[in-house]
Design a binder for this molecule. Sequence first.
Ligand SMILES: Nc1ncnc2c1ncn2[C@@H]1O[C@H](COP(=O)(O)OP(=O)(O)OP(=O)(O)O)[C@@H](O)[C@H]1O
Length: 283
Amino acid sequence: MKNALELQNVSKSFKGFETKDMTFSLPEGCILGLVGKNGAGKSTTIRLIMDMIHKDSGTIYVLGKNIEEDFTETKQDIGVVLDEPSFPEYVTADQMNNIMKNIYRNWDEKRYYELIDQFELPKWKKQFKNYSKGMKMKLAIAVALSHHAKLLILDEPTSGLDPFMRDEILDILYEFTREEDQSVLISSHIVSDLERICDYIAYIDQGSLKLYEEKDCLIEQYGILKCSKEELKEFDEQAVKGVRENPYGVEALVDRSKMPKDYETDMATLEEIIVFLSKGQEE
Ligand SMILES: Nc1ncnc2c1ncn2[C@@H]1O[C@H](COP(=O)(O)OP(=O)(O)OP(=O)(O)O)[C@@H](O)[C@H]1O
């Protein structure tokens, strides 16, 4: 399987913050969710991939091309939504169509207006500067989806959107990857959003990649065990990946492969897996 995106040992340091040795990939036709707390380095990673900030070391391949070589052409095939969409302030959605027509070789006016209608954005009555946060995000998403991109790179695209619109956007992204050669990298701190649509999860904390795994493998590997403190001691220490005490006993994230055979555990959500594992790593 080809990779739509590949990072090999990518590092970048700012004064007071560093992304270290980032290595992960996004196979074609898949959705990779980039998760992390506020300030973990999600936007920095996305800006590095888009060559908006230059890495100190490592290699980045986007759609098979090394970004240091010929990235201008490749950018035609990428739909990008940054965490704070910025377009010219006095432009309406209608005028945006004229601007984008001249930027993207494969600009699809029909698709753009379909999305503008679906997202209930005004065509000419409002200028970008008077848009709400959610409207700005919707316009940026409409643009990203209207030039037949092969890869979407979206930084917190669901932030500022109401739950109905969030659902609609997630459905659109899922549909997008039905085409084998179309892939999505999406960052979010709303793990439940990612759980629904992602094939792969990359979890970053303080600039380091802590976890990179296929989502189904994570869900398969881990389970939640509810028992007393004493009962928990009976299990292999290696099986217990994180523990949370509650008034009735403990709740633990366990590695099912290290539990006694046929031992039943509850299914863990992606959010539980990430929270437990990240707490375990801090200790
Ligand atoms: N140009 C820069 N110069 C110095 N520090 C920077 C620069 N850009 C980002 N940082 C620092 O890098 C760290 C990670 O920021 P980043 O925006 O990548 O986090 P994030 O995971 O996207 O967070 P959030 O969820 O809050 O958007 C922060 O400490 C930030 O201050």
